[in-house]
Write a protein of this length. Structure first.
Length: 288
């Protein structure tokens, strides 16, 4: 299967030619396949925000190429513009970008810019609203009458309504309480299952990444330093800790048990996996 997104030798330099020149990302090669749910992690300053902003043409590479469905996204202004419809970006705290009179109009903004018919826009608005739990009665309200979590849903729905082939979410649960975080993530999982589109989730939370992504990319010091399944990445827990990243709580427990001499796989990252391993160690007896 051909990659839906591909980058070759991607480098981005800020403040080029000045004493403050620095490369935020350097010589990155990367591919993502259609339908993947990819987690992107890295500490502050690792380059992950700069990296993802290249994937839909918000930033232009200093060096290298970005391809969407095999086409260089910078081949022409028209292709760059079209790529931004097909590769949707939800920024951190996207509710700050709401501006229309009603929730309906805010969600419809992207589809209108795509030149769709009124019937198609209406269908997409209502479908996107359904994915993120926006009730029918909210659509005629001002978005500024809603709670913070509700505004977040409206902003995400505005991107979903463009029906992007790739959805990129930059810290979509930032600032939400645990219940709000899980609600948003459950809706994103539902969207992914229903549409089968590609999702890239950027998060500082290892638990969020572990429970949602089927593949994880780790950035550090402007480079991709790990790329694999959650099990492959969390098997390198000590390396993650060394570069300043946390690991899922379950993995921390597994490591501690391993250090005490128990034959526990240190790469476990879900409670159910750890439970099953402990049950096997106890010969099938319940472990309290």
């Amino acid at each position: 299967m051909e990659p839906i997104l591909k980058v070759e030798n991607l480098t981005h330099t800020y403040s080029a030619g000045t004493p403050f020149q620095r490369n935020a990302i350097e010589h990155i090669d990367f591919e993502v396949r259609p339908g993947e749910f990819l987690g992107v992690i890295g500490h502050t300053g690792s380059g992950k925000s700069t990296f993802i902003q290249h994937l839909n043409g918000l930033l232009k590479p200093t060096e290298g190429r970005v391809y969407f469905n095999g086409q260089d996204i910078w081949a022409s202004p028209t292709i760059t513009q079209q790529t931004r419809f097909h590769v949707g970006m939800v920024f951190q705290y996207p509710e700050y970008q709401l501006f229309e009179e009603t929730v309906y109009k805010d969600i419809a903004f992207g589809p209108k810019n795509m030149g769709l018919s009124e019937d198609e826009i209406d269908y997409r608005v209502r479908e996107a609203a359904g994915f993120v739990g926006i009730m029918e009665e909210w659509l005629d309200k001002s978005p500024f009458e809603l709670s913070g979590g509700q505004k977040r849903r409206v902003a995400i729905a505005g991107v979903l309504a463009m029906n992007p082939e790739v959805l990129i979410l930059d810290e979509p649960t930032a600032g939400l309480d645990p219940a709000g975080c899980e609600s948003i993530l459950a809706e994103i999982r539902q969207y992914h299952r229903a549409k089968g589109n590609t999702v890239l989730l950027v998060s500082h939370s290892m638990e969020e990444i572990a429970h949602n992504a089927t593949r994880i990319v780790v950035l550090d010091d402007a480079h991709i330093v790990m790329d694999g399944t959650p099990r492959e990445v969390f098997a390198r827990a000590q390396e993650l800790i060394k570069i300043g990243l946390g690991i899922p709580g379950v993995t921390q427990i597994a490591l501690a048990l391993r250090a005490r001499g128990l034959a526990v796989d240190p790469a476990v990252y879900t409670i159910e996996e750890l439970k099953q391993q402990l049950l096997r160690l106890k010969g099938g007896e319940a472990v309290c």
